[in-house]
Design a protein around this ligand. Structure first.
Ligand code: ZN
Length: 279
């Protein structure tokens, strides 16, 4: 499909400039913008959605469930980076250095990984996508706009104090490696705000004595992560807000509470019934 080829060319033209990130970025945006034509109309393809939401909100869970329901790939840039790191691909060495130095992976590398992933999908006959963790910057959003259409941006929201509580409740079993959550969120309705309930995810007896907390799940680190996310994501939200594409969704609780509500908001209840009926 033409969109992927344009994305690939945009990525190729930028990565050839190597260290000159700022110049490469400008050229990439201009290049992609000039090439924006020949898109597939929405009715001839599957959904092309972007999922936004801060770390700990459960964005990956909802994006992945929806992708299964709609039969579109769930593309998480975090996974793309991890997969590339584990591979012997041409970018792996470069990525390892960046990650080891604690730096952010550049737009150019992310775009290049994403276009590789989309191309592979297209070859397998995939249509549409749900993007998770991309675009992270306005520059990335502009590049994406230059090559393909985004139909909708779902912005998942949850009160910060609850996200912090949830993150602090996370545990991992030192033996089997499974994840659990000891936090039980039960906030009563107050000041016109709806109640929020999220049940804990308790471990079986065998794991109970082997639970560990991740080093980066401290109150300070979690709040800092949220602050950085908010600073970075606000311009991206504004960018899509101006296009009238943002659907804000306040999570009413955990998955059992939120999933049906999300389907209702997205007008997908019938889809799920159909899927369940034919499963
Ligand atoms: Zn265990």
């Amino acid at each position: 499909m033409a969109a992927v080829q344009r994305l690939l060319r945009a990525a190729a033209s930028s990565s050839s400039s190597g260290a000159a990130a700022a110049t490469g970025t400008r050229r990439m945006t201009g290049f992609a913008g000039a090439e924006s034509r020949g898109r597939r109309p929405a009715q001839d393809r599957n959904v092309q959605w972007v999922f936004l939401g801060c770390p700990g909100v459960g964005k990956g869970t909802y994006a992945s469930r929806l992708s299964r329901l709609l039969a579109v790939p769930h593309i998480a840039t975090g996974d793309l980076v991890r997969d590339e790191l584990a591979s012997t691909g041409p970018l792996a060495a470069q990525l390892k250095e960046i990650v080891n130095q604690g730096k952010l992976v550049s737009d150019e590398i992310i775009i290049s990984l994403l276009s590789k992933r989309l191309k592979k999908g297209e070859e397998k006959g995939e249509s549409g996508f749900i993007l998770d963790g991309f675009p992270r910057t306005v520059n990335q959003a502009e590049i994406l706009d230059g090559v393909t259409d985004i139909d909708m941006v779902v912005n998942l929201k949850l009160r910060e104090d609850i996200i912090v509580q949830k993150c602090l409740g996370r545990r991992i079993c030192g033996q089997c490696g499974k994840n659990f959550n000891l936090a039980c969120i039960d906030v009563k309705a107050e000041n016109g705000l709806p109640p929020i309930y999220m049940s804990p995810l308790l471990p079986p007896k065998n794991c109970m004595s082997k639970l560990k907390t991740r080093d980066d799940d401290t109150d300070e680190v979690v709040r800092n992560r949220l602050r950085i996310y908010n600073e970075m994501s606000q311009p991206v939200e504004d960018f899509y807000q101006k296009q009238g594409k943002v659907l804000e969704f306040d999570l009413p609780g955990g998955i059992p509470e939120s999933w049906p509500k999300l389907l209702q908001v997205l007008n997908l209840e019938d889809q799920e019934e159909l899927k369940l009926a034919t499963a």
